[in-house]
Design a protein around this ligand. Sequence first.
Ligand code: NAD
Ligand code: TYD
Length: 336
Amino acid sequence: MKLLVTGGAGFIGSAFVRLALRENWASRLVNLDKLTYAGNLENLTTIEADPRYRFAQGDICDTKLAVSLIEEEKPDAIVHFAAESHVDRSILGPAAFVETNVRGTFSLLEAARATKLPRFLHVSTDEVYGSIDEPHDADEEYPLKTASPYSASKAGSDLLALSYFTTFKMAVTVTRASNNYGPYQFPEKLIPLMISNALEGKPLPIYGDGLQVRDWLFVDDHCRAIWAALTKGAPGQIYNVGGSRALPNRTVVEKILDAVGQPHTLMTTVADRPGHDRRYAITTEKLEKATGWHALMPFEQGLALTIQWYKDNAPWIARVRSGEYQHYYDKNYQGR
Ligand code: NAD
Ligand code: TYD
């Protein structure tokens, strides 16, 4: 397949690009990325010389640019990752979330409609279902109940994407994944932030009581699910993607501290996140039945592999934590 990937310099997008070329899913792959603070071409050094690969720096809100790329490259599908992706940043500054996640997705949908692009895979999140009380798990019919500007902007973009299937008969599919972890994740999200702080013996900030529950999905399992949904899933459908490994945050952080050989006393309680969702939980039977996909990576193995990657890539961490990151860190954590 010839693919146009958006946000391919970010955490999940770059894992998808590397895998799509390694597994020969893509005969051609164009990566459209604005290179925000989260976009990093260092994530793609292993494939940048591949003749099938092309990088195009640009904003998904620029419909003309997307149309010209599609006309030039004639992709069979768009795989749309590009987004503002971090809840805490959406609390500090929601505007960019509406701009990129809602208007940017609209712009891409319009580009795809204008060029009659055959297939559109919209990458979304289980956060659109909001906090889910035990013992329930959300299936794809579960009502949307968003708490943060991030999840609200993703829910808005999901509905727009699905409306293009219903109204314009565009072959749009939506995936909604749980919390991803793995190599190359920007150290603002729980697991990479805790690993990088623990490696330096710095305090690990736990929001509130730390008993909030998240389901953890290894990034390559997510990428394989996206490929399965694109090639074996049906247009107009939503597919949840999860790792079937729900854990309270404290347990995750304790596992990291144990693996790194640091004391649990490094955990420091800080003020809770406003609007903090207590528990995310999804079912993934629909994708499994439709495509045969299953999450393969056991959490403990994926976590060990991820910690090793951060240990081996200290210069990568140092570079992404220089400059803007320090400003964000102070703004989010100082005096909390
Ligand atoms: P990320 O923040 O690591 O990367 C986002 C990428 O999008 C960056 O490369 C950035 O430069 C690019 N980008 C941002 N705004 C852009 C714009 N206007 N135009 C072009 N490019 C732009 O994000 P991620 O964690 O890799 O998430 C990728 C997708 O997966 C997002 O849509 C996110 O909502 C979704 N998702 C993430 C998770 C998770 O746990 N991280 C879970 C489920 C779903
Ligand atoms: P995060 O990785 O931001 O993902 P999301 O909020 O989108 O699920 O956070 C995962 C959980 O970890 C969430 O309950 C918030 C919590 N958390 C902390 O306790 N401390 C932190 O410094 C961060 C970044 C997250």
